[in-house]
Design a protein around this ligand. Structure first.
Ligand SMILES: [Fe+2]
Length: 567
């Protein structure tokens, strides 16, 4: 019998998903609707979207899964819970309740105009521990049931920061779990805050800055600030002190006093050198944790999740250790992937013999038909033209050096744009990176842009390559290609690619293929469709706003093209 699980995560990166028979049918973060990055409020519109995408009403749901061992009092109002199903705090969990109140969650009762659902009596509510949900997001999207090591690393969740698991025969067992005293995530985020960026958001900037620095120049100055691992174990815990919460316009971040101390080191040693040392520390400590466990478990299959694994350089280092035959990182590795993890865990706990599907794509969000798009444009009295062959027209514009906003099909879940809500440009000239930065993205100049390439050509562009559709790890770029696609090669000669398969995204594949026929390069620059500080675009009206509020040359919305007057 079909089993339908609704996953709900409320916290930073609140989200909802629908899992039907172990497959993710819909998954979206509330930030895409509220337009507040990392939005931490109730995922009301995400839940409504997931139900409608599955053609379901709340009465059809068999199980609701939440990624927390603690109660979710919001569900009492949201799902009309009564009697035994009421979510409440036990007396032993007061500290957690206090923390949640600080995060502006608490037990607020919504006003009448907020839609309340009535969960049917037969539907259970399943609580899945935060790190177990991360582990489930990795294992149950890995594509096979055989033995594998699962590692989950983040700042903290349900009191844990660092967990090692065994996935085997459809089940996940804990092997080693550590609390916040082992948090490499908090260390890296403290450095990120010291560099002036948002904890839980700016870590990619720290990683992008790192190759410009020399870790030797910092010496042992950062050594006090992180936990140390050796032989697969924590050998030197670190007390991070009291966490603070900062709630900024509906999203929140943690932070710690130590970031101030690290900031003084930044002033003394230089930004890029501190970033370089932090990246080295992260890679070295994770290797000290993970590699011995692979040996102990006798496996070379590794699956990972948790926000630390958004660090693509760390993932590359693990792959290049030579100890892995198979590496899978759930690409929505941060807490935005917890709803999926909880829902998958709940399904496979009830169906332990079910096959584990691989993750083919992340096109799991809203889509808009050409009729809807045309109606939106007509209502705004905008000139546009219809095109049969968007891939061919788009390829010509890219080959001519234009910046093309590309909006097709279902929006991606997770932090990366994968060719459905993307801003694209040729990667064939070094100045294209600066042009797209100056006219659209306004990012820090040291940050690299990432490429999409046809999977058929990956070996000619990437060293030691493999199929990697989610931009979740980096590779060295083949030396002879570095000056052919300079706009997507980082200063250290690496790139964080998306390999595109024709059967998964035929329109995007065709665009890159046609571009390759015109220019000889089957790789293009792909950056998310948004401007700095904004979530990835979801709706055509946001695409239009971004198009006219930036230096994008052309907007291709489904089968419709909008061009600016000077073209
Ligand atoms: Fe987490």
């Amino acid at each position: 019998m079909t089993m339908k699980v609704l996953g709900i995560h409320i916290g930073h990166d609140s989200s909802a998903c629908l899992v039907v028979d172990g497959r993710i049918v819909a998954d979206v973060a509330e930030e895409r609707f509220t337009r507040i990055k990392h939005y931490a409020g109730w995922p009301l519109r995400s839940i409504a979207y997931c139900l409608s995408a599955g053609g379901l009403d709340i009465e059809d749901i068999d199980l609701v899964a939440v990624p927390s061992s603690g109660p979710y009092p919001e569900l009492n109002h949201l799902l009309g819970l009564e009697g035994d199903r009421v979510e409440k705090w036990s007396t032993g969990r007061r500290a957690l309740e206090f923390a949640r109140r600080l995060m502006k969650r608490g037990t607020a009762k919504p006003p009448l105009y907020v839609k309340a659902y009535r969960l049917p009596d037969h539907a259970e509510i399943k609580h899945v521990d935060h790190h177990l949900a991360h582990a489930a997001s990795a294992y149950y999207t890995s594509g096979f049931r055989g033995k594998q090591l699962i590692v989950t690393l983040d700042g903290a969740g349900d009191g844990f920061s660092t967990c090692v698991w065994r996935g085997q025969d459809g089940k996940i067992e804990p092997l080693y779990r550590l609390g916040t005293e082992a948090s490499l995530g908090w260390f890296y985020s403290n450095v990120t805050e010291a560099l002036g960026w948002w904890h839980g958001d700016g870590e990619g900037k720290t990683m992008g800055l790192a190759p410009y620095g020399d870790p030797q120049k910092v010496g042992a100055a950062l050594d006090f600030f992180y936990p140390k691992f050796s032989g697969g174990e924590l050998v030197e815990p670190h007390n991070f002190g009291r966490p603070y919460f900062w709630n900024a316009n509906g999203a929140f971040q943690w932070h710690f006093d130590e970031a101030g101390e690290i900031q003084r080191l930044v002033e003394r040693y230089g930004r890029e050198h501190i970033a370089a040392r932090a990246q080295d520390v992260l890679e070295e400590q994770v290797m000290e944790l993970v590699l011995p466990w692979l040996g102990q478990e006798g496996t070379n299959h590794l699956s990972c999740a948790g926000g630390v694994f958004l660090n693509v350089k760390l993932n590359q280092r693990l792959w290049e250790s030579g100890k892995l035959e198979y590496q899978h990182i759930y690409p929505n590795a941060g807490d935005g992937g917890l709803a999926v993890g909880a829902a998958l865990y709940a399904y496979f706990e009830a169906n332990p013999d079910a096959p584990i599907p691989g993750l083919e794509h992340l096109y799991l969000g809203p889509e808009y038909s050409n009729e809807e798009i045309k109606a939106i444009l007509d209502a705004r009295n905008l000139a546009y033209r219809l095109v049969d062959d968007v891939a061919g027209v788009g390829a010509q514009l890219l080959a001519a050096g234009k910046i093309v906003a590309w909006f097709q099909g279902r929006m991606e879940s997770g932090p990366r744009a994968l060719g459905n809500r993307s801003i694209l440009m040729s990667a064939n000239k070094p100045e294209y990176k600066d042009i797209i930065n100056a006219r659209v993205k306004f990012r820090e100049p040291f940050r690299p842009f990432c490429p999409s390439l046809l999977t058929e050509y990956r070996e000619s562009y990437l060293v030691n390559s493999r199929e990697e559709p989610f931009m979740i790890t980096s590779f060295d770029v083949q030396p002879e290609k570095r000056d052919k696609v300079p706009a997507v090669v980082h200063v250290d000669g690496t790139a964080r690619p998306q390999t595109v398969r024709r059967e998964i995204n035929p329109c995007y594949w065709s665009l890159i293929h046609r571009f390759g026929e015109l220019t000889g390069e089957y790789m293009i620059l792909n950056t998310s469709f948004n401007i700095k500080g904004e979530p990835i675009i979801c709706h055509p009206r946001e695409a239009i706003r971004c198009f006219y509020d930036s230096g994008i040359d052309v907007l291709i919305l489904g089968g419709v093209i909008l061009e600016k007057g000077r073209l």
